[in-house]
Design a binder for this molecule. Structure first.
Ligand code: GCW
Length: 745
């Protein structure tokens, strides 16, 4: 029996079927026998092997059914002394080809036929520099993959300007091979459209992860810097494989302790591991740190001592981490300290930090997620109101980081009106990979479709066709700095993300940050082929499940533009009835305002006017009941329960229909998954089955509790044929979850 390990951290069962050319059914039978054998062996303390458990993510490199025609036999770096980054690429090639082809490529130092050649501007001794792609073509991080001839020898060339580009090209090449793509006529050029592609961890120093559903933080601060968990390297590999080039390690609800010397040593140890993979480290900066750590009596950004404190702190950080990326800051939001505590603007706060970072070429990502309980203005308007007047006032090394929608990572929101509205300020998009509002890690919800919906939306900011993607990637408004951030769903769970399908959201985030115009369906398909199965009909089925999954969640949680109806604090399950919290803007009632006659939030000119924060054509479309899409109806409008939709149904009928549709869609996913039992390894199959079971129960809970509540308000009978809620409203109201993840955050 062969075991294959993924970095230092564990492995997966060698699938005995590797050597059998039988049907998949036979292979899977063998997998099952293999895993049974392993469990028995473990029982006898013989074999330390582990069943396939998701640790390897999309880098499983499952053996190909047949060695591809023209698969390379040799590998060489085109220079005598490959950098650490090129060595990482070579190591990945060895690992992957051993697994995919059954034996790894032989390394060679001269050009021979069927060689995989790695070359960059710094590593091109053995080839003509003219064979490298130009900077115009691939930029600093892009790459070219070409089946070509060098010195008369047929080779496959992975070439770039930088070694990092070669590493990205290597991962791209190996993933293509892993999907079984034909590589004979390879001719690919790829370059990232954004500069900063970051994961944001919301990890506390005590390893609790805010809104984390995959165990504790993977950063083991207590054992760092002396113990370097091999998982850190695999984490870096996984990120580099999808082009992620930065990581903010700590929660935006920040603890200044991470800026102290002992922690900076720990941070430096992680930076050393990540560096070969092109990943820079960023930290969250608590605005009041000069008081907490420096003993100053103010954190006023205009105070000279405060400025000097930050300058010294930044210099100290760079002494530990010479390529430190910069700060991510949540200020004057949800109780966090900030410049407004001293009546200074967000721009003044950001610029003070930016000034300290500029000499080191560091940057500030300043979050626009601001809203205040005292503020009577509609919560979804406040960030725009606050930030648009500051356009042009931010220093060159500041980006403003804006969530995809104006509220808070809900299952569906319109795009944030700031996109397109700050032409002088680079805006970075923040997405939430961890699914705080979409069922945590047990609900299957592929977020690629949500993100594509936002990225492809037309802001009309510079005329028709100004997609949100074109704002983010700097094309529409000529931003120098560009970027995307994803709130990480990674934790200490063996499968990293808490569930198999949540790995797809991490993967899709990286791919969309690299190319915000990419198709979420193509990304899903690639992920499935690399992670679950290359068999076309299996991959079709699973891709189909993923593509409909987010809409299912929207339907059973918040159909027709409803939003923010979840349980208080932990955000687990439905609680549309809650209307009595200290803060109105945290209560579900604030967002639906249901009465006997009507439901929805009027954001047109007769209401909060939020729709006017969008460019003319968008505002017009959404402000009119004739043209607003049903999906955003109750987000922008308040309408009577018997309001007639374009399909002839009343609002009430359609609402109930949609809840049902959401529940049925989960039932269909369960059946689809069940039909794949012989196609997927035992452990991952079982976990997904169990999670779909949980999702189905919870989808029914969302539907029934919501319908019971709406009926208590509108007094309407259920539309014909609709199933009544399983319990009365009091039952749903009585449920409490003191230990649900997220409680107390
Ligand atoms: O979605 C909300 C979360 C908070 C989070 C906040 C933010 C880090 O419920 O837990 O705090 O967003 O984005 O700052």
């Amino acid at each position: 029996m062969i075991t294959q390990t993924f970095g230092g951290g564990g492995g997966r069962t060698a699938v005995a079927s590797r050597y059998i050319n039988g049907s998949r059914v036979v292979k899977n039978l063998l997998k099952r026998v293999a895993s049974l054998f392993i469990s028995i062996s473990i029982g006898f303390g013989v074999l330390p092997a582990v069943a396939e458990d998701g640790y390897e993510l999309w880098l499983r490199y499952e053996q190909l059914e047949a060695r591809p025609a023209d698969a390379p036999r040799h590998v060489m770096a085109a220079c005598a002394e490959p950098s650490e980054t090129l060595q990482a690429a070579l190591a990945e090639i060895e690992r992957a080809t051993e697994s995919l082809l059954g034996n790894s490529l032989q390394s060679t130092d001269r050009l021979r036929s069927r060689t995989l050649v790695l070359a960059s501007a710094d590593c091109a001794d053995a080839i003509d520099e003219a064979d490298l792609p130009t900077t115009e073509a691939v930029g600093a991080e892009g790459f070219a993959l070409r089946a070509t001839k060098l010195n008369g020898k047929r080779v496959t060339l992975i070439a770039a300007q930088s070694d990092l580009g070669v590493l990205y090209g290597t991962f791209d090449y190996l993933q293509r091979m892993s999907r079984g793509e034909a590589l004979t006529d390879l001719d690919v050029i790829s370059r990232p459209k954004t500069k900063l592609r970051l994961l944001n961890h919301w990890d506390n120093l005590d390893r609790h992860v805010e809104r984390g559903y995959a165990g504790q933080s993977i950063w083991d601060w207590h054992r760092l810097p002396d113990y370097l968990d091999p998982k850190y390297t695999d984490y870096a590999r996984a990120n580099a494989s999808i082009g992620i080039n930065g990581v903010s390690l700590t929660n935006v609800n920040a603890d200044a302790t991470v800026l102290t010397a002992p922690y900076l040593e720990k941070v430096a140890a992680l930076a050393d591991i990540f560096r070969p993979y092109g990943i820079r480290i960023y930290l969250t900066a608590r605005f009041s740190a000069p008081m907490e750590l420096g003993g100053l009596d103010t954190a006023d950004p205009r105070d000279a001592e405060v400025q000097a404190w930050w300058q010294a702190k930044v210099d100290e950080i760079y002494a530990h981490v010479p390529d430190f990326g910069g700060f991510l800051v949540k200020a004057n939001s949800e109780g966090q300290p900030g410049p407004q505590d001293y009546e200074r603007s967000h721009a003044e706060g950001a610029n003070m930090l930016a000034t300290a970072l500029a000499p080191h070429e560091g940057i500030v990502m300043w979050r626009a997620f601001v809203y205040s309980a005292e503020e009577p203005e509609d919560r979804v308007k406040q960030a725009y109101t606050e930030f648009v007047p500051l356009d042009g006032q931010f220093a060159d090394n500041v980006l403003v980081q804006v969530k995809n929608g104006p509220l808070d990572f809900q299952p569906r929101e319109p795009f944030h009106p700031l996109f397109g509205a700050m032409p002088e300020t680079p805006l970075m998009m923040e997405l939430q990979i961890t699914k705080e509002y979409l069922g945590f890690s047990t609900h299957l919800a592929y977020l690629g479709t949500l993100w594509e919906e936002v990225l492809s939306a037309d802001t009309h900011a510079e005329g028709e066709g100004t997609s949100v993607a074109s704002v983010i990637d700097g094309v529409a408004q000529e931003y120098e700095l560009t970027g995307m951030a994803g709130v990480a769903n990674i934790g200490s769970d063996r499968n990293w993300s808490g569930s198999v399908f949540d790995q797809a959201n991490w993967y899709a985030f990286g791919r969309l940050a690299w190319d915000p115009d990419a198709s979420s369906e193509a990304i899903a398909r690639d992920w499935v082929e690399q992670t679950l199965s290359r068999a076309p009909e299996v991959a079709d089925e699973i891709t189909g499940m993923m593509m409909g999954s987010r809409e299912a969640v929207v339907n059973y949680m918040t159909p027709l533009g409803l939003t923010h109806l979840m349980g208080t604090g932990h955000h687990y399950g439905p609680a549309p009835w809650v209307d009595d919290l200290g803060r109105a803007d945290w209560t579900p009632y604030y967002y639906h305002k249901a009465t006997k006659d009507a439901v929805g939030f009027d954001r047109t000119e007769t209401g909060s006017g939020a729709v006017d924060q969008y460019a003319g054509p968008v505002a017009q479309e959404w402000a009119s009941l004739d043209t607003v899409p049903d999906e955003l109806l109750l987000w922008f409008h308040r309408v009577p329960w018997d309001y007639q939709l374009s399909n002839g149904q009343t609002l009430w009928q359609e609402l109930v229909n949609r809840y049902d549709r959401g529940v049925s869609a989960v039932g269909v996913m369960q059946a689809q998954w069940a039909s794949l039992e012989n196609e997927i390894d035992v452990e991952r199959f079982a976990q997904v089955s169990a999670f779909l079971g949980i999702q189905h129960q919870e989808a029914i809970w969302w539907r029934d509790a919501s319908i019971a509540y709406w009926q208590s308000v509108n007094g309407l009978p259920l539309p014909e044929g609709a199933e009544p809620p399983a319990h009365d409203l009091d039952h749903y109201k009585s449920l409490s979850f003191p230990n649900a993840p997220g409680q107390g955050e």
